[in-house]
Design a protein around this ligand. Structure first.
Ligand code: GDP
Ligand code: IMO
Ligand code: MG
Length: 424
């Protein structure tokens, strides 16, 4: 596994946390490369459940160095709170390392995220309102404040003054809401500087050196391919690159440093927030997936929209992410459906799309072309090898592999870390 990128191959919540945690057992470094606390990664180990938003899933193991890379946006209050929670549960997060080049989420980013969504009304994206979009906007407009600025009080004040001069105009004049005072923010962030100082490092050098030394490095993606700002269902996306390219720019290593890209996909598909969703099931089948799959957001508690597995989208994820192998998660949730369906193409106005359509309007209007597969009745959550699965479940997996064009190298049949196997 030397350097493995774990990416979401759908609209997020595929089970990346579980897989990254599993791989972390044999890893030396686990690094987050994009996103922020919009992510919610759940890890279940026996009776213990951890929901992580910023800290990489490898934190659980003392032998792993968890790293937050430059491509992430970091809300320092949330990060410190998450570290405190971990500490209170017996997990020591002191070995966490944080890139000085990561951008800070500031209080005005959270506020702007909320007021912009309100302003959009029925066209809203349904963001997590954590300030992710506004923080990345400032990064790219070169008005961002970075982690390293925390340690230069003069520069921090200057940058914050500049930012607030503009943000307060926008908050008050465009969004008709209250401006923000500088002093409480300076005080708050000075406290964060002190608490975070021991963790800040040159994360790019750390990851690069680990790879050079032949250590095992896991790049833990957040969100998913269809939420990618370039390759996803724009504008109903997040503001970063969850696809594997993001792992390079978000940490500072090159393409030849990566050995494998593991795409994570559920045996069906879900989405939180607004945006097109060709295989969405607005019926009792979808409701059953929500119920059995526990499909409620880790971050916002919102009910996830559910639908049949979309192989047009999954093939696209394999292509744009350079996915070399797939993990199929939550196969247990499909037990008990008489028929399970796979979308193999879309149809719109007499035209058939085998590849993901380049024109987004097709995604709203198209009808999926389904292939029906026999379901299985058995509870498969105890399966620990392909041989333990009913024949119908095995053929379902084989068909996914065939359509994806890459091997399925991991199957998951329950939330627990142990409810996983590697098909021989
Ligand atoms: P992530 O954001 O990609 O890390 O995924 P989330 O943690 O947000 O969502 C995945 C959810 O499914 C979590 O509640 C996991 O505990 C749970 N989960 C993961 N794998 C399986 C599985 O194979 N079966 C079932 N039933 N639940 C799973
Ligand atoms: P993990 O890592 C699922 C969605 C939001 C919204 C859109 C933009 O747990 O898979 P943002 O706050 O990022 O500006 O919201 O992206 N979204 C996610 N959906 N899983 C996530 O992360 C998500 N992170 C953001 O619901 O539609
Ligand atoms: Mg999640």
């Amino acid at each position: 596994m030397p350097a493995t990128v774990v990416i979401g191959a759908q609209w997020g919540d595929e089970g990346k946390g579980k897989v990254a945690n599993l791989l972390a057992r044999d890893a030396d470094v686990v690094v987050r490369y994009q996103g922020g606390n919009n992510a919610g990664h759940t890890i279940v180990i026996g009776d213990e459940k951890f929901a992580l938003s910023l800290v990489p899933s490898g934190v659980i193991y003392p032998s792993v160095t968890p790293v937050i890379g430059n491509g992430c946006v970091v809300d320092p209050g949330v990060l410190l709170e998450e570290m405190a929670t971990l500490r209170s549960r017996g997990v020591d997060p002191d070995h966490l390392r944080l890139s000085g080049n990561a951008h800070l989420i500031m209080p005005y980013h959270r506020k702007l995220d909320a007021v912009k969504e309100r302003y959009l009304g029925r066209n809203q994206i349904g963001t997590t309102r954590k300030g992710i979009g506004p923080a990345y906007t400032d990064k790219y407009s070169r008005q961002g404040i970075r982690v390293q600025d925390l340690f230069d009080p003069g520069i921090f004040r200057d940058k914050l003054e500049d930012a607030l001069r503009e943000k307060n105009q926008i908050l008050s004049r465009v969004y008709n809401t209250l401006p923000m005072d500088i002093e409480p923010i300076l005080d708050e962030y000075a406290g964060y500087a002190e608490a975070l100082a021991p963790h800040v490092t040159d994360a790019s050098l750390l990851v690069w050196t680990a790879i050079r030394e032949g250590q095992n490095v896991v790049f833990e993606g957040a969100q998913g391919t269809l939420l990618d700002v370039d390759h996803g269902t724009y504008p109903f996306v997040t503001s970063s690159n969850p696809t594997s390219g993001g792992a390079l720019t978000g940490t500072g290593v090159g393409p030849r440093d990566i050995d494998a890209v593991l795409g994570i996909a559920k045996a069906y598909i879900t989405r939180v927030g607004t945006g097109p969703f060709p295989t969405e099931l607005d019926d009792e089948i979808g409701a059953r997936m929500v119920e059995i799959g526990g499909e409620f957001g880790t971050v916002t508690g919102r009910r996830r929209r559910c639908g049949w597995l979309d192989m047009v989208a999954l093939r696209y994820a394999v292509r744009v992410g350079g996915i070399t192998e797939l993990a199929i998660m939550k196969l247990d949730v499909l037990s008990g459906f008489p028929t399970v369906r796979i979308a193999t193409a879309y149809e719109d106005g007499g035209e058939r799309f085998d590849d993901f359509p380049r024109q987004q309007r097709v995604l709203y209007r198209c009808t999926p072309v389904y292939e029906d597969h026999e379901g299985w009745e058995e509870d498969i959550s105890g399966a620990r090898s392909m041989d333990d699965l009913p024949k119908a479940a095995r053929s379902y997996l084989e068909r996914i592999e065939e359509l994806a064009g890459v091997p399925v190298t991991m199957v998951s049949v329950g939330p627990d870390r142990e409810a996983t196997f590697l098909p021989a």
